[in-house]
Design a protein around this ligand. Structure first.
Ligand SMILES: Nc1ncnc2c1ncn2[C@@H]1O[C@H](COP(=O)(O)OP(=O)(O)OP(=O)(O)O)[C@@H](O)[C@H]1O
Length: 499
């Protein structure tokens, strides 16, 4: 293996004997170049990679200071040391500073001193070069790392906005999304209510990525899945030795999410003692890590979610009322999927895209019968259950279209007529107003649903409703019904594209 090259040093003195004496002192530790004039020194510097110049101050022709000034001008990275006849440091310090000289050595010089100064000098040279290299690398790397981060954030923002929450134009979920989008702009806690799998976390992320905190971290914690004794340390952190097993300090999730958002799922499951601490954090913005005597200010927005009737639990004293009111400034209720079966076709197609992309499989859509069957089931596990069902169908599929026989038997057995009535319809009928207005609302509702069922195909919807296409079109205009998502594009049917 090649030896590491010795640092290269240039010794400049017009007295030949002095140059030789210095050379002998240094040659074990340095690669020594010598020059007996300023001009010779500069020409060596032009051709050799020198790290340090050691120059006598008093020389014929160019003085030592003049040589070192020129070196500084042309090779600023080269370290410069001067040997001077001055014995009083006060005489030389000013000169040295002005000329940017690294060190001076008084005559008569001592070999140990000379070696020490020059070794330190080359060490400094190495560190400075390393620093320069890292600075350049950082400059080159900086923008690309920054761009990558920006790109990731942009993708996250785009992936988690309200447009990507799949729902039909008439979905009751729209009201929840509208409320969530409004809340996103206000830096207040949020509470999301809904059964498991309805999309609470999806909404929480959309709130975060549509808020002013979108560039900062988002952390989700499932409070129900963490043993109560660990929850405090998970959120607030702990100090080393705070409890058995706390071998090191731990930064809690709230501190990690500083300036961002923490999503506390299953908030209804947290023990009462911890509810008090969470309330204190919401009131004062301070946390006290377990085992610490001091508090820490953190700026975090809390979005909580639960599938429990937390309002009732608060009223019954099972959940702290003060904490409930802190969180429930404007609760967002996500309806279960059985109350928005109109979302099932769009969700099924969107989830199919997600599943096929994840597994890199090509499947173009569902048969009409399969979609009808999926719409007839009440989905107690909500969107998550639908996603699982679609994954299963994709795994079992042999062709490019998913047919009804791939659906699990208990779902096939479900009869749409037996599933609970859509409360939305009740609401339309039950709302007050003149009979004419109520009938019109009902008519608009039926037209929307028929269009969705027929995946945007107006000819088929008109036929099913016993209307002409012109008649249907007039009603769409009258009730300002927007074009539903053209799901038929995905399932392979031709969409109705009349003008
Ligand atoms: N409207 C929707 N559009 C697209 N995907 C959805 C929608 N609703 C839910 N999902 C998907 O369904 C799955 C479950 O959603 P999410 O985890 O947000 O539900 P959750 O209510 O938080 O569930 P849990 O209470 O069990 O934690 C996720 O994969 C999510 O992306």
């Amino acid at each position: 293996m090649a030896d590491t090259p010795l640092p290269a040093i240039l010794v400049v003195d017009d007295e030949h004997l002095s140059v030789e004496a210095i050379k002998r002192t240094l040659e074990d530790d340095f690669e020594v170049f010598t020059a007996t004039s300023g001009a010779e020194a500069l020409s060596i510097l032009e051709n050799q990679w020198i790290q340090l110049v050691l120059c006598d101050q008093r020389m014929q022709g160019m003085s030592g200071l003049e040589v070192l000034s020129e070196v500084r001008r042309r090779w600023p990275e080269v370290l410069r040391v001067i040997i001077t006849g001055y014995t009083d440091p006060n005489d030389i310090i000013d000169l040295v500073n002005k000329a940017g000289i690294y060190h001076f050595i008084s005559k008569p010089w001592h070999p140990e001193e000379l070696l020490l100064v020059l070794k330190n000098g080359t060490q400094l040279y190495k560190l400075q070069r390393e620093h320069d290299r890292l600075s350049v690398e950082l400059k080159l790397l900086g923008p690309s790392v920054q761009n990558r981060l920006d790109e990731q954030r942009r993708q996250l923002r785009e992936g988690f906005n309200f447009d990507n929450i799949v729902r039909s134009p008439v979905s009751p979920l729209n009201a929840a999304c509208d409320m969530a989008a409004r809340i996103a702009g206000f830096d207040v806690p949020a509470l999301i209510l809904g059964e498991t799998g309805t999309g609470k976390e999806l909404i929480a992320r959309a709130i975060h990525y549509c808020s002013l905190r979108s560039d900062k971290p988002f952390h989700a914690v499932n409070c129900g899945a963490i043993p109560s004794e660990l929850l405090e340390s998970e959120l607030f952190g702990h100090r080393k030795g705070a409890f058995t097993g706390a071998h090191a300090h731990r930064i809690g999730l709230l501190e990690q999410a500083h300036e961002g958002t923490v999503f506390l799922d299953e908030i209804g499951d947290i023990p009462q003692a911890f509810q008090v601490k969470l309330l204190r954090f919401l009131q004062e913005g301070e946390i006290r890590p377990v085992g610490s005597n001091s508090t820490l200010r953190v700026d975090v927005r809390v979005i909580a979610a639960t599938n429990r009737d937390i309002a009732r639990e608060a009223a019954a004293g099972k959940f702290r009322e003060d904490l409930y009111y802190r969180l429930a400034i404007s609760p967002i209720s996500i309806p279960p999927l059985r109350e928005r079966i109109c979302d099932v076709p769009s969700l099924a197609n969107s989830l199919l895209e997600r599943v096929t992309a994840r597994h890199d499989i090509k499947i173009s859509g569902f048969t009409d019968e399969a979609l009808d069957r999926l719409c007839a089931y009440p989905w107690p596990g909500n969107v998550r259950e639908l996603e699982n069902q679609i994954t299963r169908m994709v795994i079992l599929a042999e062709g490019r279209i998913l047919s009804a026989d791939l659906i699990e038997p208990h779902i096939l057995r479900a009869d749409g007529a037996q599933s609970p009535p859509e409360p939305l319809i009740d609401r339309f009928i039950g709302e007050g107003g003149l009979l004419r207005d109520r009938v019109e609302r009902m008519e608009a509702r039926i037209i929307r649903e028929t269009l969705i069922r027929n995946r945007g195909n107006k000819s088929r919807a008109a036929e099913e409703l016993g209307l002409s296409r012109v008649g249907l079109r007039a009603k769409l205009l009258r009730y300002e019904i927007e074009e539903p998502v053209k799901l038929s594009l995905i399932s392979g049917d031709a969409p109705d594209d009349d003008p």
